[in-house]
Design a protein around this ligand. Structure first.
Ligand code: HEC
Ligand code: HEC
Ligand code: HEC
Length: 136
């Protein structure tokens, strides 16, 4: 009886020990998100809904396919972190907030991947549900 308990405890300790590194590796993907324009921008489009579950569990896309800076900055999951896609004033170049989501030839961006895979919405109003000009 005592022996079984000891083995049980040891097994539990092992499971916990092995689970630790993966827990420590990073935060969990938030469930449903609504992505908004930067505070400094005057939004011309409605905010965009994004589901980690549909992309990860259903479409089997790895975190790093989108969060492409994870190797260098493991805590950086925000597209518009300082020094990244944080320029709301321009529509060209890597610093552009707009280009992070709409670069047609880059599968890290929403539009680029949907086009490459021919899956997921590619029409403005499929992602921005209200008519252009209607903020919120
Ligand atoms: C696959 C989804 C997707 C599609 C399709 C899409 N967008 Fe976006 N767009 C986004 C995301 C995500 C953002 C960042 C969040 C935000 O600002 O609403 C964004 C932001 C923007 C912005 C900057 C923010 C603002 O409100 O001014 C503009 C302008 C824009 N989109 C225009 C367009 C236009 C025009 C089209 C069609 C040619 C389009 N988008 C298609 C996802 C998409
Ligand atoms: C298809 C693309 C995609 C995939 C795959 C993906 N994410 Fe995300 N994730 C996003 C987008 C877009 C955001 C919103 C970023 C923003 O607001 O700037 C986000 C936001 C996050 C945030 C919140 C960041 C913040 O500070 O607000 C975390 C944490 C996160 N993701 C973790 C993960 C993890 C862990 C995985 C893999 C299990 C993953 N993501 C897979 C696109 C993706
Ligand atoms: C690396 C590829 C990839 C990227 C990047 C990506 N998507 Fe997708 N997305 C997909 C695929 C594949 C599907 C189809 C999933 C399925 O089979 O239902 C999809 C489906 C969707 C759908 C329809 C399913 C749903 O959630 O209702 C929406 C909306 C969507 N994506 C929004 C976005 C937005 C917004 C971004 C950028 C912030 C983005 N996606 C980035 C690959 C991608």
């Amino acid at each position: 009886m005592k022996r079984t308990l000891l083995i049980g405890l040891m097994a539990t300790a092992l499971v916990v020990a092995f689970a630790m590194p993966s827990l420590a590796a990073g935060p969990e993907a938030p469930k449903d998100l609504e992505i908004k324009a930067l505070p400094a921008m005057k939004a011309t489009q409605a905010p965009v809904k994004f589901s980690h579950a549909k992309h990860g569990t259903v479409a089997k896309i790895e975190c790093k396919e989108c969060h492409h800076k994870l190797d260098k900055s493991p805590k950086d999951y925000k597209c518009s972190s300082a020094g990244c896609h944080d320029d709301g004033a321009v529509k060209q170049g890597e610093k552009s907030f707009y280009i992070a989501y709409h670069k047609p030839a880059d599968a890290k961006s929403c539009l680029g991947c949907h086009k490459a895979k021919a899956k997921g919405p590619a029409k403005c109003t499929d992602c921005h549900p209200k008519a252009p000009g209607a903020a919120q």
